[in-house]
Design a protein around this ligand. Structure first.
Ligand code: SAM
Length: 283
């Protein structure tokens, strides 16, 4: 059982809730324009490094005729996805040794996975399982913007808590996270160098500002809850005897943020993510 990512890097709910927001139908137009996939075709789509399954779930809504398979090597993500995301085949396996025959899929796709896998294996395995003329889509997070609400800033108790946790230089180096980062120019060049033609780039910008009037209350509150889960899972992952006290502190802060939202007291905290979307064709 491999739970390296979900245990040490990002928890299930942190990934699932943040991605569910980023792949909300409100933002489909931007993704759809870059994907250029036929929504009426019975496409066979493979998602690599699917985590808890929020992108696969969105693809199932956006391309209802497609048959979607999604893989990740973290067992906890795959169990969560199997239990919570219907209509998709989830499989636990390594993206560098995919258990599929050559030329199986019409489309491969991944979100924030490329930087963790050696390029020859990342592109090579997707190229192998794609049929000739098949589409490879690679979504890659770029630098975004983040501004915290005053009521969510770290309290003295939280600062003392984090100061008491031995710093994990750690997990990132230890587990090989982000070993193969690439710039906006290097990424399409790498895709071309690994056998993909007609490479194109596009960008999706997702603005998560709870107080923005364009968002319904359900979406605004989901933004606040996604941040809460991120902070709660971070505290739990520290495995400290002080965790319970800090979890209460975190919950109190987010309860306050929700109260302010519901009373219309705008804080204008925001998180804007920029996702680069590469599209290439298997030659
Ligand atoms: C940053 S997370 C992104 C997860 C998901 N794509 C999302 O956006 O929520 C990176 C994911 O890649 C997976 N991963 C990393 N290396 C992998 C490999 N060699 N084979 C399969 N999955 C891998 C991790 O387990 C993790 O779920």
């Amino acid at each position: 059982m491999n739970v390296i990512w979900s245990e040490h890097i990002q928890g299930v709910m942190t990934l699932y809730l943040s991605r569910k927001l980023r792949f909300d139908d409100m933002f489909f137009e931007q993704y759809g324009r870059a994907f250029q996939l036929d929504a009426d075709a019975e496409l066979k789509i493979l998602e690599i490094g699917c985590g808890p399954g929020a992108l696969a779930e969105a693809l199932h809504r956006w391309y209802p005729k497609a048959r979607i398979t999604a893989v990740d090597r973290d067992s906890r993500f795959i169990s969560f996805a199997k239990a919570n995301v219907p209509g998709i085949e989830f499989l636990e396996c390594d993206a560098t040794q995919l258990p599929f025959a050559d030329d199986t899929f019409d489309v491969t796709i991944s979100n924030t996975v490329q930087e963790h896998i050696k390029p020859t294996a990342f592109w090579g395995e997707q190229r192998r399982v794609l049929r000739p003329g098949g589409v490879c889509l690679c979504l890659s997070a770029r630098k975004g913007l983040h501004c915290t609400a005053k009521c969510l800033e770290p309290t003295a108790d939280e600062i003392a808590f984090w100061d008491s946790i031995p710093q994990s230089e750690s997990n990132i180096g230890k587990y090989g996270v982000c070993r193969f980062p690439m710039s906006e120019a290097e990424l399409p060049a790498s895709m071309e160098a690994h056998g993909f033609a007609d490479v194109r780039t596009g960008y999706a910008v997702v603005d998560l500002t709870p107080d923005a009037p364009k968002y319904p209350a359900s979406m605004a509150e989901a933004m606040i809850e996604a941040l809460r889960q991120n902070d709660l899972e971070a505290v739990l992952s520290a495995h400290s005897p002080q965790a319970d006290k800090i979890l209460n502190v975190v919950n109190a802060k987010y309860d306050e943020r929700l109260r302010l939202y519901r009373e219309g007291k705008k804080q204008w905290d925001t998180s804007v993510s920029v996702t680069m979307i590469l599209r290439g064709i298997k030659r």
